[in-house]
Design a protein around this ligand. Structure first.
Ligand code: FES
Length: 319
């Protein structure tokens, strides 16, 4: 299944500057077509007119049936997707979006602590709505460069000022991770989205067994390929041709396939879009994407060849 191939055409019905460099877009279905359902933490693929695909968290209300909302930070040094959103998309244009997928689901809990860094506030907003609807107490720690750059700030403060800690770096410096860890230790399930440096620092404050249990993270992009001690070279075997391809330690399976003339569709090349999903017929996959759920991983039958590798010396691919 090509995940990025699913989806629908939508109309951009509104665009709003939410903060310095942050544009929100409302996306409406065409005609009578219903919008897809989704839950807090979900993201969609956005297929831009240039052919580029990017992933953005849904930041509206899952109970809002008229439109989906995303918010996009303009990244001057990025790969160009966010600049295209800001510079080329306009109200009235149609774009294609993928089916919502959720790699950052909100599990039931007695209390929540949300930690957002900058544009990482986007998946947190529907989580706050979900917590309120479930009657679960919540607290938000929201950091950013400056108040001017922090999207949805006024709305959050007007909605629930006492539960929101606004900590722009130009006023308060770095977030107080000790306090965040202490609140987690007191029983609050912690969900955080933000830049890698924040999530790495946060991860270091939790025990390894708490990751994914008490601390739930969503990165803007997949973590860099971890250097695994003793990781050896990998051989992939293409089932349809019998061709064998060596994948050196510091090379992705996708790069090795391409070097050997095997084309694999791709978009993000960071393990977040699903475009390069490839069936695996034998061998044990070492999943390093941000997309598959735990049960999909356990099936051990598909991998994102842009980032994932193997726990066995060979993998048999359905190519
Ligand atoms: Fe996006 Fe591999 S190209 S997951």
């Amino acid at each position: 299944m090509n995940r990025a191939g699913e989806g629908m055409q939508v109309l951009i019905s509104a665009m709003r500057l939410e903060a310095e460099g942050v544009m929100s877009l409302e996306l409406q279905a065409l005609g009578d077509q219903p919008l897809p359902g989704w839950e807090a933490g979900a993201h969609i693929d956005v297929h831009l007119p240039s052919g580029t695909t990017r992933q953005y968290s849904l930041c509206g209300d899952p109970q809002e049936a008229r439109y989906l909302r995303i918010a996009v930070l303009r990244e001057e040094k990025g790969r160009g997707g966010s600049r295209e959103v800001h510079d080329s998309l306009r109200v009235g244009m149609q774009i294609r979006i993928g089916t919502p997928r959720n790699a950052f689901p909100l599990a039931p809990a007695a209390a929540y602590q949300f930690v957002a860094g900058g544009i990482g506030i986007t998946p947190i907003l529907p989580m706050i709505l979900a917590a309120e609807r479930a009657g679960v107490p919540w607290h938000l720690v929201y950091g950013g460069r400056s108040r001017r750059s922090m999207a949805f700030l006024e709305r959050l403060l007007a909605h629930a000022g006492e539960q929101v800690e606004v900590l722009p770096a130009d006023e308060f410096g770095l977030l107080d991770l000790e306090r965040i860890a202490a609140r987690a230790a007191a029983g609050a399930e912690t969900y955080s989205c933000g830049p890698g440096v924040l999530l790495d620092a946060l991860t270091a404050r939790f025990d390894a067994e708490e990751l994914g249990q008490r601390l739930h993270l969503e990165r803007f992009s997949a973590a860099p390929l971890p250097v695994v001690a003793g990781e050896g070279d990998l051989k992939v075997i293409l089932a349809r041709s019998g061709k064998e391809i060596d994948v050196p330690t510091h090379c992705s399976v996708m790069a090795a396939l391409r070097e050997n003339g095997v084309d694999v569709p791709s978009s993000c090349e960071q393990g977040v879009c699903g475009m390069c999903e490839t069936r695996v017929l034998d061998g044990v996959i070492d999943h390093r994407d941000m997309l598959l759920t735990d049960s999909e991983r356990a099936r051990n039958n598909v991998m994102m060849v842009c980032v994932s590798r193997a726990r066995t010396a060979t993998l048999l691919l359905d190519l």
